[in-house]
Design a protein around this ligand. Structure first.
Ligand code: KIV
Length: 301
C-alpha cells in the first residue's frame, strides 16, 4: 500500500486501517464504511471500493454456509472464511465475528478463540455480541491485547431470547438500557460498537454519549459509520431481507439469468464454440492427423 492511500484514509500505517483510524474518523466527522465479506474475491472488491473495514460476520452461517441461524457456525468454519478474507485484503480493517459458544464459557476460552482469529485468521480485531455477561469477556480479550468491537440492539445470536429478529430499544426504558450498554462496552475497552435495528433517535443518543465510534445497521443516519451484509447489499440474499437494507444491485437475478443461458447453451451444443476452445500449435494438427492415418493403415494390414 502506498503512503498516499494510507494518508488519504487517515490510517498513516503500512498495516492498513487500525482501530486508531476509526477513532480519528469519529473525531473528524468522517463516516466509517464497513461491509461483511466471507471470501477472497469479495474481500478484494470491498478493498478496491475503498471500504474502511470488512467484517467476517457470523451472518456467514446463513448467507454462505446454509444454516438456518447464526448459532450453528463454529470457530473452525469462521476461521476458514476469515483467512480467505485476510489473504485478499490490504487496507481495510478486518474484524472477525466470534461465533456463539466461543466466548460464553470462560474468559480463558474467549481469549483462546480470539487469539486464533488474530494468529490463524489474520484479523486485526474481533466482534462480540451483547453486553451484560459479555462485558467480562470483552475486558479479558482487550487485556490480552486484542482490539474488540461490541454489538448491541438486535444481536442475532440471542434472537430467541429477544423474541425474534425484531427492532430493539423502542420503549424509553429499553432505549436507556441500550445507552447504558454502549457506555459499559466503552468502559470494557471496545474501540467501536455495532448498533443493530434500533430507532434512529436512540442510535443518535448512543452516538452522542459514547466517545467510541458507533457502526449502525438499521439504526438510522446518525451513527459514525454503517455496515451492511454483503448478500443483502448486492441482492444475493434468498428469503427475508430486513426493511432497513438498501439493495444496490440484483445479483441473484442476474446470476440466475446467466446460469439459465449457460444451461441452454450446453444443451443446444452452442457452447463451447470456436472462440472458447484451444487450437493446436501451427502445423501440429497435420502431423497429428497424418500419424492417426498411418496407424489406421498399419492396424488394417
Ligand atoms: O454477522 C454479521 O454480519 C453482523 C452484522 C450484521 C453487523 O454481525
Amino acid at each position: 500500500m502506498g503512503p498516499d492511500v494510507a494518508l488519504r484514509n487517515g490510517t498513516a500505517s503500512p498495516l492498513g486501517m487500525l482501530p486508531a483510524g476509526f477513532a480519528r474518523m469519529k473525531r473528524q466527522g468522517e463516516r466509517i464504511v464497513m461491509v461483511t465479506a466471507y471470501d477472497a474475491p469479495s474481500a478484494r472488491l470491498a478493498d478496491a471500493a475503498g471500504v474502511d473495514s470488512v467484517l467476517v460476520g457470523d451472518s456467514a452461517a446463513m448467507t454462505v454456509l446454509g444454516y438456518d441461524s447464526t448459532v450453528h457456525v463454529t470457530v473452525d468454519e469462521m476461521l476458514v472464511l476469515t483467512r480467505a478474507v485476510t489473504r485478499a485484503i490490504r487496507r481495510p480493517l478486518v474484524v472477525a465475528d466470534m461465533p456463539f459458544g466461543s466466548f460464553q464459557i470462560s474468559n480463558t476460552s474467549a481469549i483462546r478463540h480470539a487469539v486464533r482469529f488474530i494468529k490463524e485468521g489474520g484479523a486485526t480485531a474481533v466482534k462480540l455480541e451483547g453486553a451484560g455477561r459479555t462485558l467480562r469477556r470483552i475486558a479479558a480479550i482487550v487485556a490480552a491485547g486484542i482490539p474488540v468491537i461490541g454489538h448491541i440492539g438486535l444481536t442475532p445470536q440471542s434472537a430467541v431470547a429477544l423474541g425474534g429478529y425484531k427492532p430493539q430499544g423502542r420503549t424509553a426504558r429499553e432505549a436507556n438500557r441500550l445507552c447504558e450498554e454502549a457506555l459499559a462496552l466503552e468502559r470494557a475497552g471496545c474501540f467501536a460498537v455495532v448498533v443493530e435495528a434500533v430507532p434512529r433517535e436512540v442510535a443518535k443518543r448512543i452516538t452522542e454519549v459514547v466517545t467510541i465510534p458507533t457502526i449502525g445497521i438499521g439504526a438510522g443516519p446518525s451513527c459514525d459509520g454503517q455496515v451492511l451484509v454483503w448478500h443483502d447489499l448486492l441482492g444475493l440474499s434468498s428469503g427475508h431481507v430486513p426493511a432497513f437494507v438498501k439493495q444496490y444491485a440484483e445479483l441473484a437475478a442476474s446470476t440466475a439469468r446467466a446460469l439459465d443461458a449457460y444451461v441452454a447453451d450446453v444443451r443446444a451444443g452452442t457452447f463451447p464454440d470456436a472462440r472458447h476452445t484451444y487450437a493446436m500449435a501451427d502445423g501440429e494438427l497435420e502431423l497429428f492427423q497424418a500419424g492417426l492415418r498411418a496407424r489406421a493403415v498399419a492396424n488394417s494390414g
